[in-house]
Design a protein around this ligand. Structure first.
Ligand code: CTP
Length: 405
């Protein structure tokens, strides 16, 4: 099982990154790169003390924009005045935020560019504190942080561990990748904001011997499209995928598996804190009763393979997590509604999306149509691109989930 790096989508989001004067300023350089990598537009603003730790050219090179640091820079003010700059971002992120800067925020000080911007903005502000453990534990800092939280300022961290000063404790700046994930959560919007959705997709491979396996023609396209549509509605998405040729959708966390047993294990683990589960994978119903240790040799006689049933991932997840909103897929060649509704009942699902298969339909096609059923209702999603069908399906999931609650 392998997990790919999760790059959340911050495409087109404007982040004003405030860097204040602590040794963790060097980590802000990596954070800048990580935000840019996720598609964000980053404007760095440094305090004078931060400039003692890391030079402005580093941030300029990483962000592709001149760094702002002074209220009195006539050329920069002429290009974009500080009030305009305060209006520009979707989020002001202060990382690292020193104890001193946090104290200044509490008091509404405006004695440098960054504090002035924080006072002159109506955009959300998040701070990632970084300081020595005793400075963090100090009652003054704790009271200040509580005040910021009560004003709706997000406090990200700090983490615990080794500190640059040689001590061990709480006060380290949270790691750049974690801060980026927090930022993505803060900036996400849509009806599924704050929810975790798990999607299975693609085929599974059931090994017969070291070189052979049983599998099927699923391309994974529909499942990947559902993962993207869930992400676009604000959900945090984990995609558990069998082998496919598809790129991981931006902002989606992908876990690669091969067999049905691996998929079940990954699905149970990922669903523990999830609210939505969509089983779009074409899971093999049978596996070899015993996997041959050596390559199976041919001879002139007929070969019979003993097969055992695999576990049903969807039904097991349903039984394990009663509060999940669980959506299954059904592929039918006849009696579509009858068979699909049968599966809805048997597996205890909240919704089932059925499609006709055979004759080149659905598998590996670019288009699809779905018949979606739930207890007491149903809707047909007409032939369209798999992306469009996925968006329509996710809309139904959001609707039915709110009806169920
Ligand atoms: N599924 C699963 N684990 C399995 C088999 C199926 O999670 N071992 C899920 C699929 O991802 C899909 C649904 O169950 O969401 C399909 O149900 P299934 O009963 O396998 O229906 P069909 O694939 O349509 O096959 P059949 O007609 O043989 O029942």
């Amino acid at each position: 099982m392998s997990q790919r790096a999760n790059i959340p989508s911050l495409h087109g989001r404007r982040i004003l990154l405030g860097v204040t004067g602590g040794i963790a300023a060097y980590k802000a350089a990596d954070l800048t790169r990580r935000l840019i990598e996720a598609g964000a537009d980053v404007q760095v603003v440094m305090t004078d003390s931060a400039l003692h730790f890391v030079g402005a050219p580093t941030f300029q090179a990483l962000s592709g924009k001149p760094v702002r640091s002074s209220l009195w820079d006539a050329a920069a003010e002429a290009a974009m005045g500080h009030i305009e700059l305060a209006r520009w971002p979707d989020l002001i992120l202060i990382a690292p935020a020193t104890a001193n800067f946090i104290a200044k925020l509490v008091h509404g000080a405006a004695d440098d560019l960054l504090s002035t911007l924080c006072l002159a903005t109506d955009k959300p502000i998040a701070v990632a504190p970084a300081m020595n453990r005793l400075m963090w534990a100090n009652a003054a800092t704790q009271a200040n942080v509580a005040t910021l939280s009560s004003r709706g300022i997000q406090v990200l961290g700090p983490g615990a561990g080794f500190q640059a000063c040689g001590e061990v404790g709480e006060g380290r700046m949270r790691e750049p990748l974690d801060i980026r994930a927090n930022v993505a959560d803060l900036l996400s919007s849509g009806p599924l904001k704050g929810l975790h959705a798990v999607v299975t997709a693609g085929p599974t491979r059931e090994p017969l011997d070291p070189v052979r396996f049983l599998s099927n023609r699923s391309s994974g396209k529909q499942g990947y499209a559902v993962a993207e549509a869930l992400r676009d509605q604000g959900a945090r998405v984990t995609l558990i995928s069998g082998p496919t040729n598809l790129a991981t959708p931006t902002g989606v966390s992908r876990i690669d598996i091969e067999s049905a047993a691996d998929m079940l294990q990954a699905a149970l683990a990922a669903s523990a804190d999830a609210q939505i589960f969509v089983a779009a994978a074409a899971v093999a119903d049978y596996r070899a009763a015993a996997v041959a240790e050596q390559k199976i040799k041919k001879n002139d006689a007929e070969l019979s393979l003993a097969l055992s049933r695999t576990d049903d991932v969807l039904a097991t997840v349903r039984r394990t997590y009663q509060d999940l909103f669980v959506v299954g897929f059904a592929a039918e060649t006849e009696k579509l509604e009858e068979h699909a509704r049968g599966k809805l009942q048997r597996k205890g699902l909240d919704m089932i999306a059925a499609n006709w298969v055979g004759g080149g339909r659905a598998f590996d096609a670019e288009d699809n149509s779905l018949h979606v059923y739930w207890n007491g209702g149903g809707q047909e999603l007409p032939q369209a691109s798999k992306a469009q069908v996925a968006r329509d399906l996710v809309k139904l999931i959001a609707q039915q989930r709110s009806v169920k609650k």
